[in-house]
Write a protein that binds this ligand. Structure first.
Ligand SMILES: Nc1ncnc2c1ncn2[C@@H]1O[C@H](COP(=O)(O)OP(=O)(O)OP(=O)(O)O)[C@@H](O)[C@H]1O
Ligand SMILES: [Mg+2]
Length: 907
């Protein structure tokens, strides 16, 4: 029977016959085929090397200048890539079943023939069409046929079921072989080949619809390689001309100098594809001026980024995600990359890029400028930052600017102009916001033509597989296929395998798909944890301080809990969001009663006072305050936390007059109170919150960090300014209130304990004993909080669903406990200075949808209950530590937890 070719037939799906054999390549031997599927990662190298080996024999365009490299041993750090790739593919390579089965005889069944028919599973690649009597079939598509015992499933290459059948005769299904045509489930099919269980389990057999690594490394590489072989044929005709031109091609910096950092050379395949005009390969060497400052992980990061954007890691793909934890110097790594590519390139030393676009949150635009200046000075590179007074047009008009830095908001406003500029490199800082591809910013950035794209994010990217897809698809569009096919092939099986009810088969499939996805994306996603710089950082002393509430606070708290609104909440009688109003009131009260007073007064005079819930909540509350209560004249004694804070500031000021404090709250109103405290005590302060002009933010940060600044306190709204800021001028950080999302707090805490910090860092988290603040903290550190994915700043309290049980717990005041959190730890101590083991012995794990093999210690994760138990802890009455700061506040504190990281680091 003759047939029209199905799509795969034309594109060279290796699971079908006739196989696509690239030009200049001999028919692969069976052994070669085995290698091909043994390791996806190695595959690109094997395939590429083989191809180019064959080509380079006769191809005049590959012009390697003879180098002394091998004899003198330049540190190209090639083995870094190898190590990295091997790690990514470890799972795959260790699998012994990695073979393509070419003939029906080689059908692999999961168990022996004598097994129960139901347990036999076979996989076939097929083409299908609607049944017809026509001689010349018009096949409608490729599919994968899964035969299991007496039933079968037909899936298209996007992983969607397109046919199913049960109750077939086992013998009939057992006999299926290559070349056979049959009608099955209302479709006519022709069997094109047999798929090994491993190729099915890894998802590789869906390659045309998906984009598995096998597809990438074989067909795409091949397509790229052979698409237009004559496009960049050497134009230099005379031998002398060539020689002359080569002589000028020298590395910009000496690759043999001690400590030089030399980028890996492109392989033959890369040269064949990208070397224009037959230029010789020249070493790309990072500016020694930068190398001098680089940490080891940053050197590796630069090589990684270089290889990614040069298309050396995944053929024809130039995107990367650098997801290093906060404070690891992602900015410096990018600056090094930009500076290098702007001045150098592997082909004749010609620069790879001319213009770079950096998009960042508004508050970081000037930080980028500062970092450029810090590392490169003002002469080497001309950067342009867009703000109200400096428009994109100016950048366009002045050719000497090579880097444009713009906020996400401004980018949207200037998109038309930006689109008209040819950028060669696009960097999206805090790029986690692109996780939703439908938002305007993401669509705008996707629309830019630039191929070399880098996302920087401190947040782990694999926690949500859909968001993961969006980020991956942004940097390397199409690499995972379409969203629907990705969901079918990867997301659904992976999620299913994580369900408690998952069968062994589902678990295995999910794990294999996750491994495949990791292997594929691991080539261009890099994440290192804070551990890599710990040794450069001073000690960090972290304290959780449980502050006794003041008398007025207690009375008001009881009153609120007895209100009709709270009671209705607990009976489930109120609207969905009414519990949030109650929670909000309790949190305000914990910060200071005057905040609650102001809210009640404000509501009373507003037109919405009639709204039941609030009236029910605030009823009679004003009577608890003294008759002449004036919120502007608040006292410190009225709030337990404020009292502790005030004493803490005093002792820091007294004992460490050169050190500064970052004081963080989530609320502007609370910051107002803290600001007032600063004024009353005569502390010089500066402030950054949501209202601070973007253009002023860096100035404020710089002022505070400067050793000449007289500011003692930096008042920071964590929501407004948490991300990306460097506040190393401060060495004490006080979190005045707690957020539901641990990420907000962790972000804030990371502002001071980072590279460049000279003093030991003291972190104080203040919680009001027995109140909702403890409950929120418990939620942060409990399993529930830890698994909710969590380290994501966009998640707010509104996302949390509370059961009535949980609400009951939230709305309970524990008046007699020193520390409810400690009570919950099942700790046998009585608060008498229990010295737990160091936290460092207990690596922190985070949940990741890709599975266990991805789990790494991650300091972005809040501590867990069991880790907290290992911290030193003691009640206020039993404090006998020699910590002079805690000593001074013990009177108002019912309990402490303390943990010291890097105790022995010499600064
Ligand atoms: N090699 C280095 N030596 C000294 N300081 C460094 C080095 N690398 C980075 N830094 C400094 O460390 C601080 C943190 O760097 P950076 O802001 O780039 O971190 P980041 O990885 O972007 O973190 P975040 O995710 O919080 O934005 C900056 O002040 C930077 O100048
Ligand atoms: Mg940053």
């Amino acid at each position: 029977m003759r047939r029209s070719a199905a799509p795969s037939q034309l594109q060279g799906n290796p699971f079908k016959k006739p196989k696509f054999i690239p030009p200049a390549r001999s028919n692969p031997s069976p052994n070669e085929e085995v290698t091909k599927l043994n390791s996806d990662v190695k595959l690109s190298e094997v395939a590429a090397n083989k191809n180019t080996f064959l080509q380079s024999q006769s191809d005049p365009r590959i012009c390697n200048l003879p180098t002394e490299e091998s004899s003198r041993g330049i540190n190209h750090e090639d083995n870094y890539r190898e190590k990295y790739c091997l790690e990514a593919s470890a799972k795959t390579t260790s699998d012994p079943h990695h073979t393509v089965h070419l003939a029906p005889k080689e059908i692999t069944v999961s168990k022996g023939q004598e097994e129960e028919p139901d347990s036999l599973v076979k996989y076939f690649s097929v083409v299908w069409c609607k049944p017809s009597k026509k001689k010349h079939k018009k096949w409608e598509g490729d599919a994968v046929l899964i035969v299991k015992g007496k039933s079968f499933t037909l899936k298209d290459l996007e992983g969607k079921d397109i046919g199913r059948g049960i109750g077939y005769k086992f013998k009939e299904l057992e006999k299926i072989e290559e070349g056979q045509t049959m009608t099955i489930g209302g479709k006519e099919i022709e069997v094109m080949g047999i798929i090994s269980p491993d190729d099915f389990n890894s998802g590789r057999c869906f390659q045309l619809g998906g984009g598995s690594s096998a597809a990438l490394h074989s067909s795409q590489a091949v397509k790229k390689c052979f698409s237009n072989p004559f496009k960049s044929v050497c134009k230099l005709n005379s031998k002398e001309n060539r020689q002359k031109s080569f002589q000028n091609c020298k590395p910009r910096h000496d690759p043999y100098a001690p400590n030089s950092l030399v980028m890996p050379r492109p392989d033959n395949n890369h040269q064949w594809m990208f070397s224009k005009n037959c230029f010789p390969v020249v070493d790309v060497v990072i500016d020694p001026h930068l190398v001098f400052h680089l940490r080891p992980h940053q050197k590796e990061g630069i090589i990684f980024l270089y290889e990614c954007v040069m298309g050396m890691r995944v053929n024809g793909r130039c995107g990367a995600i650098l997801a290093d934890e906060m404070g690891l110097g992602k900015t410096l790594q990018c600056i090094s990359l930009i500076w290098t590519l702007q001045c150098q390139g592997p082909y004749g030393g010609k620069p790879v890029i001319k213009k770079t676009l950096i998009v960042s949150p508004g508050s970081l635009v000037n930080n980028w400028r500062k970092e450029f200046q810090k590392w490169l000075g003002i002469e080497r590179i001309k950067i342009f930052t867009v703000d109200q007074d400096h428009k994109v047009e100016e950048f366009t008009k002045c050719p000497f600017y090579s880097v444009l830095i713009i906020s996400y908001e401004m980018l949207l406003r200037s998109l038309d102009q930006i689109k008209n500029i040819k950028f060669d490199l696009l960097i999206c800082d805090e790029g986690h916001r692109l996780k939703n591809s439908t938002i305007k910013t993401a669509t705008a950035l996707i629309s830019l033509a630039c191929e070399k794209r880098i996302i920087l994010t401190g947040t782990p990217v694999q926690n949500d597989l859909q968001e993961f897809f969006a980020l991956i698809d942004f940097v390397n569009p199409g690499i995972l296929g379409s969203l629907p096919s990705y969901r079918k092939i990867y997301e659904e099986p992976i999620i299913k395998s994580r369900q408690p009810s998952a069968s062994e088969e589902e678990k295995e499939l999910g794990e294999r798909r996750a491994a495949e996805l990791t292997c594929l994306t691991g080539l261009f996603v890099l994440r290192r944890t804070q551990e890599v710089i710990n040794k450069y950082l001073p000690p960090k002393i972290e304290n959780v301080v449980f502050c006794r509430p003041g008398a007025l606070q207690m009375e008001l708290y009881r009153k609120l809990l007895n209100s009709q609104a709270v009671r209705f909440c607990l009976q489930g009688l109120l609207e969905n969001s009414s519990h949030l109003i109650c929670i909000g009131a309790l949190k305000k009260l914990c910060n200071h009663p005057c905040l609650l007073f102001s809210s009640v007064k404000e509501k009373e005079s507003s037109s919405t006072w009639d709204e039941n819930e609030e009236r029910n909540l605030y009823e009679g509350l004003i009577n608890v305050f003294p008759a002449d209560y004036n919120p502007l004249m608040f006292t410190e004694e009225e709030s337990g936390k404020l009292q502790v804070l005030s004493k803490l500031l005093a002792v820091i000021h007294e004992l460490c007059p050169d050190e500064k404090v970052v004081l963080v709250s989530n609320y502007t109103q609370t910051l107002n109170i803290l600001q007032e405290v600063c004024k009353r005590h005569g502390y010089a302060y500066t402030r950054l919150d949501g209202q601070t002009q973007i253009s002023q933010r860096q100035q404020i940060v710089d002022g505070f960090n400067s050793k000449y600044s007289s500011d003692f306190i930096f008042l920071l709204s964590s929501k407004a300014g948490g991300v990306g800021l460097n506040l190393i001028g401060g060495s004490h950080l006080i979190l005045y209130d707690i957020d539901w999302n641990p990420a907000t707090d962790i972000q804030a805490m990371s502002r001071v304990w980072r590279d460049g910090q000279k003093h030991p860092v003291h972190i104080y988290r203040l919680l009001t004993t027995g109140t909702i603040e403890e409950k929120i903290y418990q939620r942060q550190i409990s399993k529930q909080g830890l698994s909710g994915a969590v380290v994501d700043l966009t998640k707010t309290c509104d996302h949390i669903q509370f059961s009535v049980e949980e609400l009951k717990n939230l709305f309970t005041l524990h008046e007699s406990s020193h520390c409810v959190t400690h009570d919950l730890l099942d700790c046998e101590c009585t608060g008498e200075n229990h010295t737990g083991d160091s936290l460092e012995k207990f690596p922190v794990f985070r949940n990741c949808q890709l599975g266990t093999h991805q789990q790494k210690s991650d300091s972005l994760k809040p501590v867990s209950m069991s880790q907290l138990k290992q911290w030193k802890h003691f009640s206020g009455d039993h404090l006998n530590l020699t910590d002079p700061f805690l000593e001074r506040i013990r009177e108002n504190v019912s309990f402490f937890f303390q943990n010291i990281t890097n105790q022995t680091t010499a600064i």
